[in-house]
Design a protein around this ligand. Structure first.
Ligand code: KE4
Length: 430
C-alpha cells in the first residue's frame, strides 16, 4: 500500500502537533504504524492522500451516520454559509435545533447548544452540582465523557487506549470527588449509594458503553441506576454523545425506556461540524445562565452553519425505517464477521446495537469492563492492519466501538466480510 504522502505529512505534523495529531486516538499508537491522512470522504468510504480507498467503520467517531459528504448535508451547509458563518446573536436555526432535539428526546424539556461532547458533559456536571448543592459525581470504569477534569478518572477511549485513564494535571482534590463504579454491577452501585448517596450530585453513564469497546447494559441495570438516583436525590445523567440519535431515534433512553434527568449529546447533531448539547428537566435547565445562576457560555454555540449540518443529518435519519435498516446492517456485519472468524478457528465475539458494534478477540459474552480487558489486543492489532491492507478501516484501538452508517449497504458489508475472511486466515496462523 502506497503511504509516502501520508508519511511525509505525519513527519511534518509530528514536529508541530503533540503526537502528530489533534486527538490522541487518531495516532495509531496502540495498533502501531502511522495514521493515513484523509484527502476526502464519500458515503461509506475514506480516500487518503496516497489514493488508497477504505471502507470506513469510524465515521469521524460517530457523526457520519448518514455517510460522508451526504449531498443533502452539503447543500444545507452551502445554502446557509452564504448568509454568514457566525453572528454572535441568536439565529432561527438554533430554535429549530432546540425544537428538533426536545421533540425527538422527550426527557429534554430544554436544551443548550455547545461545541463538543466535552463541553456538554462538563456543563451537565456543573449543573448537577449547582442544582443539588452536592459535589460528588459517579462515573463508570472505562466510560469516557470527554476530557473534562472530573472525568479523567479511570477513563476510557483514548485515555484507555494509551493506558492513561488517570491523567496528570487533574488536581487530586477534584479527582477525589469522582467515584467510579464497575459497569453492569448492580450490587456495587447499591452499596456505593447506601454509603454516600446523599452526597452525590449526579451519576453519569454511557448507557451503552462505546469507549471501552462496546458493552451493552444488562437487563434492568439502567432502571436500577434510575431508582438509586431517585431514592438518593442524585441526578441521572445519560451521556448520549455517542448513542444519541443512533441506537434509536431518541437514543439509548428510548431503546431502554429510561427517563434521565439530564442528557448530553454531540457528534450526529453536528453532522460533522463541531456541535454538542445538554438538556433535560426544565427545572434544572432553567438554572443555567442567563435564566439562572449556573454559568456556561460559548462563542460559537448554536452556530448557523453547524446547526444546518446537524439539522440536515437529523432530517435524513428521521426518515421512516432508518434505524431499523441500520440495525439490520449492523447485525449482518457482525454475523458475517463471527462466521468468518469461526471458519478460521479464531476466538472472536461481537457486541452490537443499531449503528455501533464491538469486536473482541475472546469468547463471549462480554458484559463488563473486565471482560473487555480480557480480549487479545495484540491479535486485534494484527487484525486491524490486515483489514487496513484489505481496504477496511476499523477504529485504531481495541477499546473503541465501530460505527455503521446508512451508506454501508449489502455490497459494503459483503466486501468487509470478505476482507475479514482473509484477515482471520492471516492472523489465525499467528
Ligand atoms: P468530544 O469532546 O470528543 O466531542 O466528545 C467527548 C465524548 C463524550 N462522551 C462520549 C460518550 C464520547 O464518546 C465522546 C467522544 N468520543 C471519542 C471516541 N470514542 C471521540 C474521538 C476522539 O477522542 O478523537
Amino acid at each position: 500500500m502506497k503511504t509516502d504522502r501520508s508519511h511525509a505529512l505525519f513527519t511534518r505534523a509530528s514536529e508541530l502537533l503533540p503526537g502528530g495529531v489533534n486527538s490522541p486516538v487518531r495516532a495509531f499508537k496502540s495498533v502501531g504504524g502511522e495514521p493515513f491522512f484523509a484527502q476526502r470522504a464519500e458515503g461509506a468510504y475514506l480516500f487518503d492522500v496516497d489514493g488508497n480507498r477504505y471502507l470506513d467503520y469510524v465515521g469521524s467517531w460517530g457523526p457520519m451516520i448518514a455517510g460522508h459528504a451526504h449531498p443533502q448535508v452539503l447543500d444545507a451547509v452551502a445554502k446557509v454559509m452564504r448568509d454568514g458563518l457566525s453572528f454572535g446573536v441568536p439565529n432561527a436555526l438554533e430554535v429549530t435545533m432546540a425544537e428538533a432535539i426536545t421533540s425527538i428526546v422527550p426527557s429534554c424539556e430544554m436544551v443548550r447548544m455547545v461545541n463538543s461532547g466535552t463541553e456538554a458533559t462538563l456543563s451537565a456536571i456543573r449543573l448537577a452540582r449547582g442544582a443539588t448543592g452536592r459535589s460528588r459525581i459517579i462515573k463508570f470504569e472505562g466510560c469516557y465523557h470527554g476530557h473534562g477534569d472530573s472525568f479523567l478518572v479511570k477513563a476510557g477511549s483514548g485515555a484507555l487506549t494509551l493506558g492513561l485513564p488517570n491523567s496528570p494535571g487533574v488536581p487530586a482534590a477534584l479527582a477525589d470527588l469522582t467515584m467510579t463504579l464497575p459497569y453492569n454491577d448492580f450490587d456495587a452501585a447499591t452499596t456505593l449509594f447506601d454509603e454516600i448517596g446523599h452526597e452525590v450530585a449526579g451519576l453519569i453513564i454511557e448507557p451503552i458503553v462505546g469507549n471501552a469497546n462496546c458493552i451493552l447494559p444488562r437487563d434492568g441495570y439502567l432502571q436500577h441506576l434510575r431508582e438509586l438516583c431517585t431514592r438518593h436525590g442524585a441526578l441521572l445523567i445519560f451521556d448520549e454523545v455517542m448513542t444519541g440519535f443512533r441506537v434509536a431515534p431518541g437514543g439509548a433512553q428510548q431503546r431502554y425506556g429510561i427517563r434521565p434527568d439530564l442528557s448530553t449529546f454531540g457528534k450526529i447533531i453536528g453532522g460533522g461540524m463541531p456541535v454538542g448539547a445538554y438538556g433535560g428537566r426544565r427545572d434544572l435547565m432553567s438554572q443555567i445562565a442567563p435564566s439562572g445562576p449556573i454559568y456556561q457560555a460559548g462563542t460559537l454555540s448554536g452556530n448557523p452553519v453547524a446547526m444546518a449540518a446537524g439539522l440536515a443529518t437529523l432530517e435524513l435519519i428521521g426518515q421512516p425505517g432508518f434505524h431499523d435498516a441500520l440495525e439490520r446492517s449492523t447485525h449482518a456485519l457482525c454475523d458475517g464477521l463471527e462466521a468468518a472468524a469461526g471458519e478460521a478457528g479464531v476466538a472472536f465475539h461481537t457486541t452490537r446495537a443499531p449503528g455501533m458494534f464491538g469486536l473482541y478477540f475472546r469468547e463471549g459474552p462480554v458484559e463488563t469492563f473486565a471482560d473487555a480487558l480480557g480480549s487479545d489486543t495484540a491479535r486485534f492489532n494484527r487484525f486491524f492492519h490486515a483489514m487496513l491492507e484489505g481496504g477496511v478501516y476499523l477504529a485504531p484501538s481495541a477499546f473503541e466501538a465501530g460505527f455503521v452508517s446508512s451508506a454501508h449497504g449489502e455490497a459494503e458489508i459483503a466486501a468487509t466480510v470478505a476482507a475479514a475472511r482473509a484477515a482471520f486466515e492471516q492472523i489465525g496462523r499467528m
